[in-house]
Design a protein around this ligand. Structure first.
Ligand code: SF4
Ligand code: SF4
Length: 764
């Protein structure tokens, strides 16, 4: 059986499943040398241009930078730094649209080019044998090199592998139509590429090095054969042209006949693959201390007057490249611009999208060569299950089934269908008669799955951290408890020893315990705190206020009742008077007029009494308020008499008011009678019925003044009795105000009964 090397030497290669042969369209640019362009006015440099994280910013707005100066710092292996592609000033650091199918934005550094193209200081290495492998890897990492074939994986990680490497494959297949950047680079920079391959060889020490180039690039094959002549280890392999032969797994299968299993990496089979352009960049970095700040880009398409390969600085806006290649502007519609080739590329959303480390082609087609790019609406129709997509799929997948699952967002099913093995080659979409943009659906699904996986990963990490913390705290707790136990045991042991020190320690502990007990006892017997005293005083004052208000209300009720009783007496007297003779009217009026003298003196007395009572009440109210507001700390016992006085005064005032009202009423009645007496005889006759009674009533009023005085005295006596009783109750037991109310009502009832018992005698 032929060995791999024998087959390679004889040009017998393996084949991979599927694949297509689209029109190559490479001749548009393959015969033109790589052009060095003038410097653009501004560069837009995205911070992240590789698989991994962006670096930490090293520059600020307004900083002047030199060509090759690092703009970001690598803080971990997955961070690849970026560098200033030319000298100039940082004019902005902000989000800008980047090279991505979704047109998403990312943090970019805007560099205003000064046109001088001044390099930073560089250290050229003339002999790589002087460098250790670690130094080489470090130089590659510092130069910010990531895979330039499209994947963008950090190169320093890829070449820093421990397992034994059988094959180092240099990928120069460049299978995608239109793209000729690698072809031209191999033609023009074959020696530099081989120098780069030698550097990788030094680090990896593979058994064999295979440079794979499609047989549609004879000049490149020839150039590399010449550059590698005499190096046994390196074989230049002219492989059959078939899309996508440049796919990593497909190329490995073509060269070695080995299939890299799903979910597995080439390194697991002892194979490492690097792109031609990456090898060139490695040589630039290690030998010339030149970071990755430029790359060859194929600017092609029939919409351009001068399609060509150019050395484009990283960060160059697509617009500038199209201008340099003389884009023919279209009338009434915008020109579609595709980043990448026609199979794997995507339409850019803005001409400001910059060139990044993985950009190899800018395609500006016309309507004839790519009509689908100008269609505003998709011409997609239902899948007819023709199976052509499965036939051409190099990864041996089921594109039509994946398409349904992607549309339904059935991610578990997509996982079962090995969506992750899809290389986005676009062969399936190319052959689909239903014009279904299959790759578009796969890309969306992949992005969503990736996002979900990152979230899951974050959650998993958080869970692990939480569990670790819990375990640590538990361990610390146990250790603390153990430590305390040991310390207690040691103390106990020391105290139990029959030494003077132990005895002293024991007595000290006993003394401390005694002190604690004494303190506790002292605090228990201490007087209540100020706040407690204030609270109790306030509560007492509130009770007293309530009691005084209740007493005042009772006094008012009594006065009203007396007023009612008086009115009742008058009514009965007036009824009796109706029966007397009208002839006596004149005498009665006279006697009534005579009776006005004693009434007015009573009135005066009552007014004076009322005024005094009011003054007393006011004074006591004031003192009561002052006591409750300012003298909260005052003893409750000293407060009670003043409150009781207030009650008495209020009762007396109420009684006096009642008297005054009754007398005023009587007086008004008498004066009206006197006025009526001067009226004509008929009116006198009409009034006589009332005046007769009033006469007697007037007599009774003459006698009623002492009667009212008596009533007032009785009421005052009752009030005094109540006050005394309350004072007693307050001093003895603080009973509920409701009980007081009951007592007071009973007393009031008794006194009113007494009063009513006395009144008939008085009326007589
Ligand atoms: S090629 Fe298109 S129409 Fe045919 S099976 Fe695949 S998806 Fe369906
Ligand atoms: S894009 Fe994916 S599914 Fe379609 S042919 Fe390529 S590998 Fe297969």
């Amino acid at each position: 059986m032929e060995s791999i090397l024998e087959r390679i030497t004889r040009g017998h290669f393996w084949d991979f499943h599927g694949g297509i042969h689209p029109p190559e369209q490479k001749t548009i640019t393959s015969s033109k040398p790589i052009k060095q362009l003038t410097l653009p006015k501004q560069l837009i440099i995205p911070l992240q241009q590789h698989i991994g994280r962006e670096g930490d910013l090293l520059v600020n707005i307004g900083d002047k930078v030199l060509k090759g100066q690092p703009l970001t710092l690598s803080t971990n292996p997955m961070v690849v730094p970026i560098h200033a592609p030319t000298s100039g000033t940082i004019s902005a650091i902000k989000n800008s649209v980047i090279a991505h199918p979704s047109g998403l934005t990312q943090l970019c550094i805007f560099l205003d080019v000064d046109g001088e193209d001044t390099w930073r200081k560089r250290e050229v290495c003339t002999d790589i044998e002087q460098l250790s492998n670690n130094q080489i890897i470090e130089k590659i990492a510092d130069a910010g090199i990531s895979g330039m074939g499209g994947a963008g994986f950090p190169t320093h990680i890829k070449i820093n592998t421990k397992p034994e490497i059988n094959f180092l494959i240099i990928n120069g297949a460049e299978c995608e139509p239109y793209i000729t950047s690698d072809d031209l680079l191999m033609m023009e920079q074959s020696d530099a590429i081989v120098d780069g391959i030698k550097i990788i060889d030094k680090v990896l020490c593979p058994a064999f090095i295979l440079i794979a180039i499609e047989d549609n690039k004879p000049k490149a094959i020839k150039a590399l054969q010449q550059a590698t002549a005499g190096i046994e280890k390196i074989k230049v392999c002219a492989i059959p042209t078939k899309y996508p032969a440049g796919g990593e797994k497909q190329l490995i299968q073509i060269l070695t006949g080995r299939e890299v299993a799903s979910g597995s990496l080439p390194i697991h089979s002892g194979i490492v693959m690097q792109n031609i352009a990456t090898c060139f960049a490695i040589n630039e970095a290690v030998r010339h201390d030149t970071p990755l700040i430029r790359r060859v880009v194929t600017v092609t398409g029939r919409a351009l007057n001068k399609p060509q390969n150019v050395w484009a600085l990283i960060g160059t806006p697509i617009k500038f490249l199209l201008e340099q290649c003389e884009l023919e502007p279209l009338e009434n519609e915008s020109q579609p611009v595709i980043m990448g080739g026609p199979m794997m590329g995507f339409c850019v959303s803005s001409e400001l999208v910059p060139i990044v480390k993985t950009s190899n082609c800018i395609l500006a087609p016309d309507k004839v060569e790519m009509p689908s790019a100008f269609e505003k609406e998709s011409k997609e129709v239902e899948c007819i299950r023709c199976g052509q997509c499965s036939d051409v799929c190099p990864s041996q997948l089921l594109p039509q089934e994946m398409q349904w699952s992607a549309k339904a967002k059935d991610y578990p099913q997509l996982d079962k269908l090995n969506l992750s093995d899809c290389i986005d080659c676009g062969a399936c979409a190319y052959v689909c008669p239903s014009q279904i943009p299959l790759v578009h659906y796969y890309r969306i699904a992949k992005a969503e799955i990736r996002e979900q996986q990152q979230l899951d990963l974050k959650a998993e990490k958080a869970k692990v951290r939480f569990e670790a913390r819990k375990l640590r705290l538990e361990k610390e707790k146990i250790a603390r408890q153990e430590k305390h136990k040991k310390a207690a045991a040691a103390r106990k042991a020391a105290m139990n020893k029959a030494t003077p020190e132990a005895a002293g320690a024991k007595s000290a502990v006993a003394a401390a315990l005694a002190r604690v007990k004494a303190k506790k006892a002292a605090s228990n017997t201490a007087t209540p705190s100020v706040s407690e005293t204030q609270e109790s005083d306030l509560a007492t004052n509130t009770d007293n206020d309530q009691k005084s208000q209740v007493s005042a209300a009772i006094a008012r009720a009594k006065a009203k009742r007396q007023l009612k009783n008086n009115a009742a007496v008058k009514t009965s007297e007036s009824n009796d008077a109706n029966a007397s003779d009208t002839k006596t009217t004149q005498q009665q009026v006279q006697s009534e007029t005579a009776s006005t003298q004693p009434i007015s003196s009573d009135d005066k007395k009552a007014k004076i009494a009322a005024a005094i009572a009011k003054a007393k009440a006011k004074k006591l109210n004031k003192s009561s308020e002052a006591n409750s507001a300012d003298e909260v700390d005052k003893d409750i016992v000293t407060e009670k008499p003043s409150v009781q006085d207030a009650k008495k005064a209020k009762i007396a005032a109420a009684i006096a008011k009642a008297k005054e009202k009754a007398q005023a009423k009587n007086k008004a009645g008498a004066s009206s009678k006197a006025d009526e007496a001067t009226e004509p005889t008929q009116e006198v006759a009409e009034v006589s019925s009332t005046t007769t009674g009033n006469n007697e009533g007037g007599d009774s009023e003459v006698h009623s003044s002492p009667a009212l005085d008596k009533k007032a005295k009785i009421a005052a006596a009752i009030a005094k009795a109540k006050a005394k009783k309350k004072l007693k109750e307050a001093n003895s037991v603080e009973s509920e105000s409701s009980d007081n109310m009951k007592d007071l009502n009973e007393e009031e009832k008794n006194s009113s009964e007494k009063l009513s018992a006395q009144q008939p005698d008085e009326s007589k």
